[in-house]
Design a protein around this ligand. Structure first.
Ligand SMILES: *Cc1c(COP(=O)(O)O)cnc(C)c1O
Length: 404
């Protein structure tokens, strides 16, 4: 079902923002990403506020992989966040911009990646992914004669491809016993992460399971758990906007489906209640969060120029979807706004990029009075899992313009 009001309100707000952008920065910089640090800061503060309202002891880490433009991480740090990194490259970037509280998570960390974490052990906590990684980390830390703060990732969805992450819940006790035999590791906590949450159901269900496992630990082992990191995966409230008939590649006017997400305040209320009922009734530890998409999604937009109008219902833009790194708009819907001829009305027209491949689609329609060569187009809220996936494919990666 299409909810025209959600979309038209969104379009209206972004027309205002886009017009301001052209007014301040001009029309000569396309294609580009337009980045708004103020949006990251206000999202980060809203996220913190929602959970701090309920929970006594919290820490927040921005998941760098969702948008690895360093200014996004910088804006998160300025809002009181730490950083959640999942590679040596992300860790080095985090250290370079001055992050002082970093969690390093992810499968298959190499020795050289672990070494960076060991050298900077005052700033980095390692969230270990397996029993063998525990042994590897102990070895690297012993070699450097350092003690490393660490936790373990627990798998919260041991089916299909998500099996690759972490250890199984029923192995937690064994993991803790093994970590006690590692003199260079200070075991301090547990992490889990579930993705694509439109509501808190998955997180709440896993918190219950985790509570049962914690209940089976000895009193002294329970005391070792100083933090529980419940990951990210919060979907922004506008939800997911999909073309339902995208399977049919020849359908050039697909229907839309809107899958709304609950507000962050509702996530916070339900998750906090589950934490009080299942975790805080046993241990008084810190709760950590690793939101990515929720923080950065609305902070970056793509700005393009129409370079060629080939038919009345087909235009080509100066940038290509190498700027987002995948064929996003064949499945996802985002409004294409004609900033040069604004109107709250959507018209049919194929909006295609300039890459030499047919899979270079921005959209099947645009919002505006008309569309002509030289017009400036905006695709709003492309901050999450686009910039990080950008590729130097056929065309260069566009520049980032920081606004204001
Ligand atoms: C990707 C990831 C996140 C961020 O997920 P979002 O859906 O962007 O909030 C957080 N934690 C871990 C461990 C991740 O892999």
């Amino acid at each position: 079902m299409r909810d025209p009001e959600i979309i038209s309100t969104f379009v209206e707000q972004n027309f205002i923002k886009g017009r301001q952008f052209i007014h301040t920065i001009g029309k000569e910089l396309t294609p580009c990403y337009l980045f708004e640090p103020a949006v990251v800061k206000s999202r980060a503060k809203a996220f913190k506020r929602a959970f701090q309202y309920h929970l006594p002891d919290t820490s927040f880490y921005y998941a760098v992989k969702s948008n690895n433009f360093p200014d996004v991480s910088q804006a998160a740090i300025e809002s009181g966040f730490g950083l959640d990194v999942s590679s040596g490259a992300e860790l080095e970037m985090a250290l370079e911009i001055g992050a002082k509280d970093i969690v390093f998570s992810g499968p298959g960390k190499t020795e050289s990646e672990l070494d960076i974490a060991v050298i900077h052990s005052g700033k980095v906590k390692v969230l270990m992914d397996s029993f063998t990684e525990l042994k590897r980390l102990e070895k690297r830390a012993a070699k450097a004669d350092r003690k490393v703060r660490a936790g373990v990732r627990i798998n919260s969805d041991p089916k299909g491809l998500w099996r690759k992450f972490g250890i199984l819940l029923h192995d937690l006790n064994d993991f803790i016993q093994m970590s006690k035999n590692c003199p260079h590791i200070s075991f301090q906590g547990i992490q889990f992460h579930s993705s694509w949450n439109m509501g808190p159901e998955k997180q709440v269900a896993f918190i219950k399971e985790l509570g049962q496992t914690i209940a089976s630990l000895s009193a002294s082992d329970k005391k070792m758990i100083r933090f529980i990191d419940i990951g990210g995966g919060y979907w922004p409230e506008q939800g997911e906007w999909l073309h339902v008939s995208s399977a049919n590649k020849n359908n050039l006017n697909p229907e839309l489906h809107i899958n709304c997400a609950v507000s962050i305040e509702d996530f916070a209320m339900e998750i906090s209640r589950a934490l009080f009922e299942n975790i805080h009734n046993q241990i008084g530890c810190r709760i950590c969060f690793e939101p990515g998409r929720w923080i950065c999604n609305n902070s970056m937009h793509i700005i393009l120029k129409v370079i060629d109008k080939k038919y009345h219902n087909m235009v080509i833009t100066d940038g290509g979807t190498n700027a987002v790194g995948w064929e996003r708009f064949e499945t996802d819907y985002f409004p294409v706004l004609n900033l040069s001829r604004p109107e709250i009305k959507e018209r049919e027209c194929l909006i295609l990029g300039s890459l030499c491949t047919p899979h270079d689609v921005w959209g099947y329609r645009y919002w505006g009075k008309d569309i002509q060569e030289g017009d400036i187009l905006m695709i709003p809220t492309q901050g999450a899992y686009t910039y990080s996936l950008r590729q130097n494919f056929i065309k260069d990666v566009p520049q980032v313009i920081v606004f204001p």
